[in-house]
Design a protein around this ligand. Structure first.
Ligand SMILES: Cc1ncc(COP(=O)(O)O)c(C=O)c1O
Length: 388
């Protein structure tokens, strides 16, 4: 298999943490070397409880995570993989996961590119395609990785306004595509709107645009949509269209901090993307992915929790008469009538974290679906925050 997973380098980023852990435990690195163990280097009390995950009492509803993850199937594999953490991940682990992803999606393993979160492969795609011409995209989309290439002077983003219903204006995007276009980037479902485009219309537009340029479809939230199979653009790749789809383990799989994502493309496109990827994933990520990729019970459980939380939020917004978009994701975009940053600050006073303002959408707030009890707190706080 023509894969190059052999690049290696040394990272020392965690050294400071280790030293403070050792200091807290009254151990020197010499005694660690002498005993050959770091046991007691991190007594639980020495770890700042806010170092990882939300601080106690904080309802974290701003980052579109799934707090019910990682699944037990992933955790078991992470625990095992951590014991092998002395070694760079074997290519066999990556290949096994690529095979699993390929089988589920009806593609071949060569068509799968694994990365450290989908953000990494999206960035790689942006630096690969950005220099070829403008990245045409909706005005509002998850633009972090296109901006990464733009910040490097390697891409220009050409934003096409949303429709009045805040949907992606597919006709407008199609009209903006020319032979000079470097890439069309679409996010379906879109972030922060949470909207899914009508599958037939979307796929027909993607097919037409892919005849002129490469079309990237970011499907980070596709598993949360009502009909993931119908909504996905993966079948278009096998039809031979110039389409790249990216997915992530950060959302429905609840592994945002574990870092694992992937792209599916033609074998040729995948081979072109692979050398531009900037790092390789930890053995714990591959192992976690292998553990949970087919864990349908966890996927169903997570989706049910998101739906339950979303219905609560919709009901609250309806009661308050606030306009909101019919999200098919783990976040809801609603119009509070107040400045989004003021809503964010008022929620923060109540230890509830929601997103601040996007661009000039100053009256729109995005709230993520977290733990049910946290979403309940948001729903109770909202009337007071908006002065209802
Ligand atoms: C639409 C979309 N795509 C991609 C990502 C990147 O996620 P990750 O790098 O964790 O896979 C995000 C993160 O929130 C997102 O919202």
């Amino acid at each position: 298999m023509p894969l190059d997973l052999s690049r290696r380098s040394l990272f020392t980023g965690a050294a400071g943490l280790t030293v403070s852990g050792l200091a807290a435990a009254g151990l020197s690195s010499c005694s660690q070397a002498a005993t050959g163990t770091t046991e007691a280097a991190f007594p639980p009390g020495a770890i700042d409880p806010y170092l990882l995950g939300p601080a106690e009492g904080v309802a974290l509803l701003s980052r579109n995570e799934n707090p019910y993850g990682p699944s037990q199937s992933a955790l078991d594999m992470i625990e095992y993989a951590a014991t092998k953490g002395a070694y760079y991940a074997n290519q066999e682990a990556a290949v096994m996961l690529m095979e699993m992803i390929a089988e589920r999606n009806g593609v071949s393993p060569e068509q799968v590119v694994l990365t450290t979160g989908s953000g990494e492969v999206l960035s790689a795609i942006a630096v690969l395609y950005g220099p070829r011409g403008p990245i045409v995209a909706p005005r509002l989309f998850w633009d972090t990785t296109a901006l990464y290439a733009a910040n490097l002077g390697m891409a220009e983003i050409q934003r096409v306004p949303l429709t009045d219903a805040m949907e992606i204006d597919l006709a407008g995007i199609e009209a903006a595509v020319t032979p000079d276009t470097g890439l069309v980037q679409l996010c379906n479902p879109n972030n922060p709107t949470g909207l899914v485009s009508d599958p037939a219309t979307f796929q027909a537009a993607v097919r037409r645009m892919a005849a002129t340029t490469t079309v990237l479809v970011d499907e980070a939230y596709i598993e949360l949509s009502d009909d993931p199979e119908a909504n996905s653009c993966v079948p278009l790749i096998n039809e031979g269209h110039d389409v790249i789809v990216t997915r992530t383990f950060s959302k429905i799989y609840g592994m945002a901090g574990i870092r694992l994502g992937y792209a599916i493309a033609s074998a040729e496109t995948a081979a072109a993307i692979r050398p531009v990827v900037m790092s390789w994933s930890p053995c714990t990520s591959y192992a976690a992915g292998i553990g949970c990729y087919e864990d349908q019970a966890f996927i169903d459980f997570s989706k049910a929790k998101v739906t339950e939380a979303r219905d609560m939020v919709f009901a609250t917004l309806d009661t308050l008469g606030l306009e909101h978009l019919p999200s098919q994701t783990n976040f809801v975009y609603f119009k509070s009538g107040l400045e989004a940053n003021a809503v964010q600050a008022a929620m923060a006073e109540r230890l509830i974290s929601v997103r601040g303002q996007y661009m000039d959408y100053n009256e729109w707030t995005r709230v993520s679906m977290g733990k049910i009890e946290d979403v309940q707190r948001f729903c109770h706080a909202l009337p007071e925050v908006i002065g209802a």
